[in-house]
Design a protein around this ligand. Structure first.
Ligand SMILES: [Zn+2]
Length: 281
């Protein structure tokens, strides 16, 4: 998270101004130049086309509270503003805006999908101290969900194992990924997913880094892993092709702003030469 960002709850009642982030699904309302929105007073906010919508607190940035708001279909877009996909912000490396908006989007999703208690069905309200929701009927407390998702680049010397998903809109090939299941370590998930998806065995995976991925609430945990045996055998319907690619002859791959792209570029760099072809999306 950003250095000036504070995660927890704090007394924001005295703040004169606040940052408001308005969403429509995974789109953020922002200026055409993708700068941070100007913080505004509550009065100015309430006069805006979105001022009557529920605003969910998700932390403070530079000492001012941050709120996330879900757009209603009939609200007009203010002059000079436009809807921009969160993924686009990531690709553009608008780090501050992406980081804040990503957290806001996740907290918004959490609030909108936990309005009722899963235990007794009564309405929930914002928790007094924690970033959580509490049931008014039975006191059950729920916290925002973060789903750990492993992502791994399997390599064999100068070759990278990349797969094409049926979900990709173009000819892009990427690393393998999957959710960690209950009761499983992340390393076990890496071994299992690689075996399930492409039928090969790997050496113990080596941790590379992690990245919040607010679509809607994953934490991507990246690994490198060396091939240890087996032939490629596609085992899941979601994957339409998987093969070994020499690092000098890579297909279209994800941008370096996403964990998959970082893993690929890191390996290519280590193989002694710069990049494959990047997917602009
Ligand atoms: Zn309850």
């Amino acid at each position: 998270m950003l250095p000036d960002f504070e995660m927890g709850m704090r007394d924001v009642s005295a703040a004169e101004r606040a940052w408001y982030f308005v969403f429509r699904g995974n789109d953020l309302l922002c200026a055409a130049d993708r700068s941070l929105p100007e913080p505004m007073t509550r009065e100015v906010w309430q006069e805006s086309p979105f001022g009557n919508l529920p605003a969910f607190y998700f932390g403070s940035y530079r000492g001012l509270p941050c709120y996330a708001v879900q757009h209603e279909a009939d609200a007009a877009v203010p002059a000079g503003m436009e809807w921009t996909g969160l993924r686009r912000l990531l690709v553009d490396e608008s780090a501050t805006l992406y980081s804040l908006a990503g957290r806001g989007r996740q907290i918004l999703e959490f609030n909108l999908t936990h309005r009722y208690c899963g235990k007794c069905g009564q309405p929930t309200v914002a928790h007094a101290r924690d970033l959580a929701r509490e049931c008014q009927g039975c006191g059950h407390v729920v916290y925002p969900r973060v789903s750990p998702c492993m992502i791994v680049l399997v390599t064999r010397g100068e070759e990278l194992l990349l797969a094409r998903s049926a979900r990709f809109p173009n000819a892009m090939y990427s690393t393998l990924a999957g959710f960690v299941e209950p009761g499983e370590t992340i390393e076990q998930a890496v071994h299992r997913e690689v075996l399930e998806e492409v039928g090969v065995r790997i050496a113990p995976p080596v941790y590379f880094g992690s990245q919040p991925w607010p679509f809607p609430h994953q934490l991507m945990i990246g690994f490198h892993a060396e091939y240890a045996g087996g032939e490629i055998r596609i085992g899941e319907e979601e994957i339409v092709d998987a093969r070994w690619w020499h690092y000098r002859e890579l297909p279209l791959t994800p941008p370096g702003s996403a964990m998959s792209g970082m893993l690929i570029q890191d390996y290519v760099r280590r193989c002694g030469e710069g990049g494959g072809q990047e997917n602009p999306e």
